[in-house]
Design a protein around this ligand. Sequence first.
Ligand code: PRP
Ligand code: URA
Length: 209
Amino acid sequence: MQNPFIMDHPLIQHKLTLLRDKNTGSKEFRELVSEISMLMCYEATRDLPLQEVEIETPMAVAKAKVISGRKLAFIPILRAGLGMAEGVLQLVPAAKVGHIGLYRDPETLQPVEYYCKLPTDIAKREAIVIDPMLATGGSAVDAISLLKKNGVKTIKYMCIIAAPEGMKALTEAHPDVQIYCAALDEKLNDRSYIVPGLGDAGDRIFGTK
Ligand code: PRP
Ligand code: URA
């Protein structure tokens, strides 16, 4: 698997274009984030191990496959990661959800942790961190470090748009983490927003600006 894995599927790219458009309002923006997350999750769970079980169909006894081994936990980084949670949970409703609250200090741009609530059995689960934007990479690097401190062995990271700066920081800090994104954009601006990006994901999801 390539790392990072850029998802260039036409459905994802089409929805991403609508998401970037500044004329897309909060309702449609939330729906698009959810749909893109679901499509990305389909690909990010492609390597889940399967085991054979025996079931009875109305016609016969049959050998069939179910997901086995380590179970999943989704870890949205608050706030914007919440926008992705609904979509991924539609595909894997049995997954548990852990929340990590981080915001970027507008002056220092450093992530500040304000909340962390993880499933008690998190160390036994595969974790998929979800956050629409990978800008400087500070939030992703810290969230993944926190999961590792809590004993998580297998971690994936899924974002919608990444900047080259954030991608570099994340792959250097956590080379073992498989990254999925829908677009690798051009650059960060002088306030560390992604260009062309989509603006402030949290504000657009929750209509706070
Ligand atoms: C955004 C985004 C990421 C972070 C990315 O959150 O959702 O978590 O910025 O930036 P970084 O890669 O430079 O750390 P923000 O801090 O704006 O908080 P919010 O989700 O509460 O709006
Ligand atoms: N966070 C966002 O929401 N957007 C960016 O472009 C960068 C960080």
